[in-house]
Design a protein around this ligand. Structure first.
Ligand code: ZN
Length: 302
């Protein structure tokens, strides 16, 4: 019996002895949690601080790189200004020849481009639309010449029937050229027959309407002050063309020279080497037309 009592007592003791370890484990867990949270918080702060340092370093590096770009930019701007000044000085003392070829492209255009390349001369091609010449339009641009607008069809009756008709012909050609070459149009134009063409003079109200419409669309047009005379008949002899150009150019400092690029005008192609040599001897340099070129126009807007 005693023995049982002693056993119960012993069990009670055991129960009493088990309580402290549970509390201890709970404390331990809380302590571990607190330590973990504390370590987590410290680690987070360290990471944030490192990140901030990295960002500051990155900012300083970008700032210094920006300073260096700005300084390089200023240096380049100065170089451009100096070169522009030197260029303007050279140009102001030079005679400028704008070689212009109307009505192309043709089977002669590639040979014409080769001759121009040989003399390092850049020209302006006032083209119309002709099927089968897509590569030629592209080649004119590729070799550094200006592809300019001479209307889509060159049909006097059609283009000069109304201002709307003229503009639609100009835009139709430029859309086609953009589709072929992938380049924006130069918006440099020559009226078929020149701006004093009989078709326009007879209907001067159309002429002024065309001018206004062209101006509002950003177009500039050019006539010429030197006529090669290569259009006076189907095929003019080579010598006459050379003489007309060299005589016409001898009296001016800026020459816009009218020539033609059609299959029948092969003598114009043959005349080119002598024309280029002769003009160079007269002190000319060759430049394509641009929107600021000499104001050589037979008829101007009111
Ligand atoms: Zn023409």
């Amino acid at each position: 019996m005693n023995c049982n009592v002693s056993t119960e007592y012993a069990k009670g003791n055991i129960r009493k002895n088990k309580r402290p370890p549970i509390l201890g484990i709970a404390y331990l867990i809380i302590l571990l949690l607190c330590s973990f949270l504390s370590i987590y918080s410290i680690t987070k702060t360290i990471i944030a601080s490192n990140r901030q340092n990295c960002l500051v370093e990155e900012f300083n590096s970008l700032s210094s790189s920006n300073d260096s770009i700005l300084s390089e930019n200023t240096k380049l701007q100065n170089e451009i200004s100096e070169k522009q000044y030197a260029y303007d000085k050279i140009i102001s003392n030079k005679k400028i020849a704008h070689l212009t070829f109307d009505d192309g492209p043709s089977d002669n255009t590639l040979k014409l481009l080769d001759v121009l390349d040989k003399y390092n001369a850049k020209a302006t091609f006032f083209v119309v639309y002709k099927e089968g010449y897509d590569d030629i339009y592209k080649e004119i641009i590729k070799r550094g010449h200006v592809l300019a607008n001479h209307t889509y069809s060159h049909s006097y009756r059609k283009i000069y029937s109304s201002a709307e008709s003229f503009i639609s012909e100009v835009e139709a050609l430029d859309n086609k050229l953009k589709e072929i070459t992938g380049k924006e149009p130069s918006k440099i134009l020559r009226f078929p027959g020149g701006s004093n063409t009989g078709y326009i003079n007879e209907q001067s109200n159309i002429f002024q309407s065309i001018f206004k419409a062209l101006e509002s669309r950003g177009y500039t047009y050019f006539d010429w002050n030197v006529d090669s005379s290569d259009a006076t008949k189907a095929t003019v002899d080579e010598k006459s063309i050379i003489n007309s150009v060299l005589e016409g150019s001898s009296n001016v400092n800026t020459a816009i020279i009218l020539m033609h690029d059609t299959n029948m005008k092969y003598t114009t192609l043959e005349a080119m080497p002598e024309i280029l040599k002769g003009l160079t001897a007269q002190g000319y340099i060759f430049m394509p037309l641009n929107h600021d070129s000499a104001d050589i126009r037979f008829i101007k807007s009111n």
